[in-house]
Write a protein that binds this ligand. Structure first.
Ligand code: ATP
Ligand code: MG
Length: 496
């Protein structure tokens, strides 16, 4: 049998198969697959006018919009690799990613051109704004008719929660298999409409765009997240699936108040980080079909998902590995651990990245025998349900006991006066390390009360040795908590 190593240009194929189906709806525009294909081709010819050819690298600094979607698809028509940049990055961070990826052209939104200009210092690199590009002349191209599954399609720099950002290569095959895994898990319904209010420059958003092409499914694209607008889209515009991170879900639940979603709404996919039990319980009460997921940039989105029928019995679990994937838990020696033993989560599957761009050393250290070493700690229960505990690098070891900051943060956040919480480990002569807690408040509470709240809910060694009330917690451009920066918030004088 012949090896299947290529796939037809997927948007061209979709436009051929179901040209008149709606591909994308925004607030004021509706675009069919045929129109999307025509736009992508047009923009590809404009990008080609800027000298971009097959094998080149183009970076995109844009916010969710139809223009951004056109650019993303058009680059595949040329055969150029796409670097998706986080729009909240500072100029020096953009500059790092442009240089590291050896980008040839930067395309940026008009309102981001200041950051764009500041970050483009290399002579080999040019920049164009979206409005300039869309007005530009065109140059004929040989449209790529087949994608090779092994070829790099997109590059995303991980948020750098644990250090210097690394360029994760997502191949055409990674996207294809990720979408297949999701379809085998959730099914494809004729009336499906998946809402994107997460950024397209993250795998959570981009993967929905890919699924839309493969499944022939409508996407509702929001420029940015607004809880009221997302709730309205679910209630009134027949959205059936939404992808969210926990902070989005919390705001949507608040806005929803006593109302409920229609029964046609079939999936609230929650990923990107741990979902607090209090939020999951609220969803169960409101009969929201919540699917907890675990995944990362390196796995081209979800790799483990919990079906709603287990929402209660397996509360807090991220679920089981999707069909083409497998997970294991290993100890530091690399031995596979038994049920209920915690260790590093390793993942294998066709959606696992080909590696880190221009970083052979990091790639070899992370992917061994096809297994991606996630750097996350977790365990599998007897039935194979995964529980993610925390990142290995954030683990606190106190008097020989493992302490997971996420567990303490969950307790702190469950206090009605606490808005947000972060926990980090600090060296201690007696215990090796001890946890320090940091909270932002939404109403007044004394530190003494907070401490006794923790003492009644946590084993003694997990109770924060010190607690700090701060104005804001350090977060990166992806809004993830930077635990390693927590200590810099306080001087020893303000301690308690
Ligand atoms: P970096 O690798 O540069 O530190 P990052 O890991 O934050 O950045 P992402 O790929 O966006 O970048 O995030 C994936 C990570 O998010 C996972 O490795 C895991 O730590 C966390 N995560 C995702 N889903 C869950 C979940 N359901 N429960 C707990 N943690 C999760
Ligand atoms: Mg990571």
């Amino acid at each position: 049998m012949q090896d299947v190593t290529t796939i037809p240009n997927w948007l061209a194929k979709r436009a051929f198969m179901t040209p008149d189906r709606v591909a994308i709806e925004t607030g004021d525009e509706v675009v069919t697959f045929k129109e999307l294909h025509e736009h992508a081709l047009h923009v590809a010819q404009q990008i080609s006018y800027y000298g971009i050819t097959q094998g080149d690298t183009v970076a995109v600094l844009m916010s969710n919009s139809l223009s951004m979607v056109y650019v993303i698809h058009s680059l595949k028509y040329i055969g150029a690799k796409t670097v998706l940049l986080n729009t909240r990055l500072k100029a020096h961070e953009v500059a790092y990613q442009l240089k590291d990826s050896q980008t040839n052209l930067l395309i940026c939104d008009d309102d981001l051109q200041r950051v764009g200009k500041e970050s483009v210092s290399e002579k080999t690199l040019s920049m164009v704004t979206a409005s300039e590009l869309f007005k530009s002349q065109r140059k004929e191209i040989d449209v790529i008719e087949e994608f090779s599954l092994a070829d790099a399609d997109t590059i995303m720099y991980t948020s750098g929660t644990t250090g210097q950002p690394k360029g994760v290569i997502q191949t055409y095959g990674n996207h294809w298999w990720s979408a297949m895994g999701s379809a085998l898990n959730l099914g494809i319904h004729e009336k499906d409409c998946w809402l994107i209010a997460v950024p397209l420059f993250h795998i959570s958003g981009l993967s929905i765009l890919m699924r839309s092409i493969f499944y022939g499914m409508k996407v509702m694209l929001h420029h940015q997240f607004n809880p009221k607008e997302v709730n309205e889209a679910i209630k009134e515009k027949e959205v059936t699936i939404v992808s969210v991170v926990t902070t989005m879900l919390t705001k949507m639940l608040d806005e929803l108040a006593e109302q409920q979603y229609p029964t046609t709404f079939r999936c609230m996919l929650v990923g990107g980080g741990p979902a607090p039990l209090s939020v999951l319980k609220q969803c169960v009460v409101k009969q929201i079909p919540v699917y907890q997921t675990y995944g990362m940039t390196e796995t081209a989105s979800q790799v483990v998902t919990l079906a709603p029928e287990y929402s209660l019995s397996k509360l807090g679990s991220a679920g089981k590995a999707l069909f083409p994937c497998d997970i294991r838990i290993i100890n530091e020696q690399g031995d596979v651990l038994q049920a209920n033993q915690s260790g590093e989560i390793i993942v294998k599957g066709p959606n696992v990245t080909a590696g880190y761009l221009n970083n052979e050393q990091k790639t070899r250290a992370t992917i061994k025998d096809g297994w991606l070493h996630t750097g996350d700690i977790g365990y599998l229960d007897e039935q194979g349900f995964l529980y993610v505990l925390d990142r290995r690098s954030d683990l606190i070891i106190s008097g020989g006991e493992n302490i997971y900051p996420a567990e303490i943060e969950n307790v702190l956040r469950s206090h009605p006066s606490v808005a947000d919480a972060g926990v980090t480990g600090v060296s201690d002569d007696k215990w090796g390390q001890v946890p320090y807690g940091f909270v932002t408040l939404q109403s007044n509470v004394s530190k003494e009360e907070m401490m006794s709240y923790c003492e009644s809910r946590l084993a003694k060694y997990k109770v924060p040795k010190k607690l700090f009330i701060v104005k804001e917690l350090p977060r990166n451009a992806s809004n993830k908590l930077l635990r390693r920066n927590l200590l810099s918030l306080v001087s020893e004088k303000s301690e308690n």
